[in-house]
Design a protein around this ligand. Sequence first.
Ligand code: CTP
Length: 415
Amino acid sequence: MLQERITLLEDARIILGVTGSIAAYKAVDLASKLTQAGAQVDVIMTAAAQRFVTPLSFEAVTGRPVFTDMWQTASPDLPTHIAHIGLGEGADLLVIAPATAQTVARLAAGLADDLLAVTALAARCPLLVAPAMDGGMYAHPATRANLDTLRNRGAIVIEPEAGHLASGHMGTGRLPETPTLLGHIRRAMGRHGILAGRRVVVTAGGTREPLDPVRYLSNHSSGKQGYALAQAALDAGAETVLISTVSALPAPIGAVFVPVNTAEEMLEAVQAHCASADILIMAAAVADFRPARVAPHKIKKAASPKRESTLELLRNPDILMAVKEGRERTGWPRVVVGFAAETESLLENARAKLEEKGLDLIIANDITSPQAGFGADTNRVVILDRESEQQRPPLASKARVSEIILERAAAALRG
Ligand code: CTP
């Protein structure tokens, strides 16, 4: 499957600086994924980087020439004839991944001794640095001080990960994998988005109501739409909290992740995080009932020898009703968005929930449609508001649907 384009990165101009670390091979994958996402990626390689990977690898994945030479002049792909000025001009982001101790030191000192260093001085866009090196070198006070210098100048430093290093030792110094790097790039690119400075809380997944230590009651919610909403909120620049029952999906980089299981735990987390939230989006499929008793030990079938057995259930709290009450007192959250997953009378049921739960928007979701709802990567929704307006976006990826929902929520916040 083709990687999906990422709206935030479409036509973004990204300079990727690659330096001489064993992790340089990972930068080929990063360049490829950025290109597939829709970005225009110009790669600058240091001389040391070319000892690990050839420029041809980057040219093949980006479809663009790779820059290696400070003395290089005319290039039809650049706005000016001087490479380091032309590369920096109009760039949206300079990412240096992997960044060796040597390059971190050169950047901190403001040296201008190769094309990457000169471009970093000339560029006016944000700088993202992903150090990768031996654990001892990373921990050295000189490297720490150099990274602090870069941070103090506004650079974003992506912390390396702990694990196996090229030396055979264990330590902190590994370049994170592409999805993590991409997450940081999205965060940097989105920081002036339509929700910059706003707080968004999203819930995701089906709640799990325990019956005994090995069993729970739940539903088919995969959490995909909630995770996509959290990513879209981050892309729009929001401080984002993701309250989720799902742990199988990677949490979007930059989100505060709050794991929960039951409806009661979710209620508590929502109330704790909504006190100052601008937008709450309840994408979670909350179980309306829970087992009346949780058995301390595994329930044995011998305990119910008859063919039938009855499970007594108790009503769970309605989280959105509790939020409505709190909002009447405090005014927070400013905008509340609910979901209505229905198998019949979609719009009638959705509208009734919008009214009853005091929502600003409700996302009506016909879960009988094969390309929509639980588990699918796409969704077909109808967005209803208090003025009885209906918006029917076409069938689209859950990522795209999330952007449309966030745009509507942001408009409601402004209005
Ligand atoms: N919801 C909630 N608390 C519950 C149940 C649902 O906050 N105990 C939220 C869901 O997250 C969703 C909206 O309410 O945003 C509608 O959920 P849904 O399950 O479709 O509706 P219910 O209110 O449970 O009504 P019914 O089960 O009768 O359709």
